[in-house]
Design a binder for this molecule. Structure first.
Ligand code: F6P
Length: 401
C-alpha cells in the first residue's frame, strides 16, 4: 500500500484548505489503497528537505476547521526549482518520495506551481517509477490559470472585493466635497479580480476601472479622474496592482518565482493626483486580506474546492498522472460545470486573461463578463464562532521520520 503527500504552493487563498479537506476526506474512504496522508511543509521544500507531517494523526475537529482557515495550513513557498529536472533538488524530492513509500503526489497551486508539478510528473515517468502519480489541484485568486473556466479562490476574493467596495463607496459618497479614492486590487498580470467590481449596482460601482488588459495612459487617467470628480463631487477608481505606469521601481523586491513584489500602485497614483490635480485623495489597498477573509467566502467556491480535492484523489486512485483538475462550464443559468482533467504540459506557465469581449471601456465590463462572474460569487458560508472570533485549525504537525 502506498502513502499520499499533499503540497500547497504559491499565494494562499481563503479556500485552499478546503481542497485539502476534500482530499483528506476522500483518502480516508480508501484505507485499502492509501496508507498515510502526509502534508509537505512549505510546499515542495518539504519534499526537498524531507519535512513531512502526518495528517492522518490530526483530530477530526481540527480537520473540520480547515473549512474556515485561511492561509495555507501546510505552509507554502514561492521557490522556483531549476529548469533542469535532473538537478539535485529534484533528486532529493525523489529520495523523499521513495523513503516514505509515496504513491500519490498532489500539488495545489497556480501557474508556477503547475510548472513544478509538470516537471515532477515528467521526471517520475522518465525514471520509470510507475507506481507514483502526480496530480495538480488548481488555485489562485488571480484567476489566470489556463485550460480551466476559473481557478479556486478567485470567486471568494471577488466576493470580498465586491462587498468591501460596495460598503466603502457609500461612505465615500457622504461628503459634499469628497475625495478621489483609489482602490488597489490584487492580480499580477490579469485583471479578473479588479473587474469583479463591475457586478456592483450603479450607485456603488467604481466610476473608473483599470485592469492590465487595457492600455493605461496616465494623462488620460488624470483627465478622467478630474471629470468624474467635477461631476460627482468625489471619485472612486479601481485599479489592478499590476497596472503599468511610469514609476520608480528601483527598490522593488523580487519573489522566489522571479515576480516583482507588487503593492503601492494606488498610493503612487494618489500622490500624482494630489500634485497634478490638487484634489484630496485616499489610497485603499486590500493587500492579503482579500485572499484570507473567511467571512466573505463564496459557497460555490468552497464547495468546488472540497469537490476538487476529492476528485484529485479519485483521479490518482485510477492511476491518472500528469494532469490538473479543471472546470468546464456547461451553462451559466443554472450554473453547471463539469470536472475534467487537462495535461499539465498545457497548463504550466500559460496565463488566462480577461478577454476583449468581456471589456467595454474603463468604466464598464460587458454582459459576457457579468454572466461569467455572477454564479461564481453565489452563496454564503456559515462560520463557527467562539467568543466572537472564527477559530482556525491548529495542527499537531507530527513530523514523519
Ligand atoms: O498568488 C497570487 C497573489 O495573491 C497575487 O495576486 C499577488 O500579486 C501575490 O500573490 C502576492 O504575493 P505575496 O503575498 O507573496 O506578496
Amino acid at each position: 500500500m502506498k502513502n499520499m503527500v499533499y503540497i500547497q504552493s504559491g499565494g494562499p487563498t481563503s479556500v485552499i484548505n478546503s481542497s485539502l479537506y476534500g482530499a483528506i476526506k476522500e483518502a480516508k474512504k480508501h484505507p485499502d489503497k492509501i496508507g498515510h496522508i502526509y502534508g509537505s511543509q512549505h510546499g515542495v521544500e518539504g519534499l526537498i528537505d524531507d519535512h513531512l507531517i502526518d495528517l492522518s494523526l490530526e483530530d477530526d475537529e481540527q480537520i473540520e476547521l480547515l473549512l474556515q482557515t485561511p492561509g495555507s495550513i501546510l505552509g507554502t513557498t514561492r521557490r522556483k526549482l531549476p529548469s533542469d529536472i535532473h538537478s539535485v533538488e529534484y533528486m532529493k524530492i525523489i529520495e523523499t518520495i521513495k523513503k516514505h513509500n509515496i504513491g500519490y503526489v498532489f500539488i495545489n497551486g497556480g501557474n508556477d506551481s503547475m510548472d513544478t508539478c509538470n516537471k515532477l510528473s515528467k521526471l517520475v515517468k522518465e525514471l520509470g517509477i510507475e507506481d507514483v502519480v502526480v496530480i495538480g489541484v488548481p488555485k489562485t485568486i488571480d484567476n489566470d490559470l489556463a485550460c480551466t473556466d476559473h481557478s479556486l479562490g478567485f470567486p471568494s476574493a471577488a466576493k470580498f472585493v465586491m462587498n468591501s467596495v460596495n460598503a466603502f463607496s457609500v461612505d465615500a459618497a457622504c461628503f459634499k466635497k469628497g475625495k478621489v479614492h483609489v482602490v488597489e486590487i490584487m492580480g499580477r498580470t490579469a485583471g479578473w479580480l479588479t473587474a469583479s467590481v463591475d457586478l456592483l449596482p450603479e450607485e456603488t460601482r467604481p466610476h473608473l476601472i483599470y485592469i492590465p488588459e487595457m492600455k493605461f495612459d496616465l494623462e488620460q487617467f488624470l483627465v478622467d479622474v478630474k471629470r468624474v470628480y467635477q461631476e460627482k463631487g468625489f471619485a472612486l477608481v479601481a485599479i489592478s496592482e499590476g497596472l503599468q505606469f511610469e514609476r520608480d521601481m528601483s527598490n522593488v523586491r523580487v519573489d522566489g518565482f522571479g515576480h516583482v513584489q507588487l503593492g503601492g500602485a494606488a498610493l503612487e497614483l494618489t500622490r500624482i493626483i494630489e500634485s497634478r490635480l490638487d484634489l484630496p485623495t485616499r489610497a485603499i489597498e486590500f493587500s492579503i486580506v482579500q485572499r484570507a477573509f473567511p467571512a466573505m467566502v463564496s459557497l460555490v467556491d468552497r464547495n468546488e474546492a472540497i469537490e476538487t480535492g476529492k476528485r484529485a484523489v479519485q483521479a490518482a486512485l485510477k492511476g491518472i498522472t500528469g494532469k490538473m483538475i479543471i472546470f468546464n462550464r456547461v451553462s451559466n443559468n443554472p450554473y453547471k460545470i463539469n470536472y475534467e482533467l487537462a495535461p499539465l504540459d498545457k497548463v504550466a506557465n500559460a496565463v488566462s486573461h480577461v478577454t476583449p469581449e468581456m471589456i467595454v471601456d474603463n468604466t464598464r465590463m460587458s454582459d459576457k463578463f457579468r454572466d461569467y462572474l455572477r454564479p461564481l460569487v453565489e452563496g454564503e458560508v456559515k462560520l463557527v464562532y467562539k467568543n466572537g472570533i472564527a477559530p482556525v485549525a491548529k495542527l499537531k504537525r507530527l513530523k514523519v521520520e
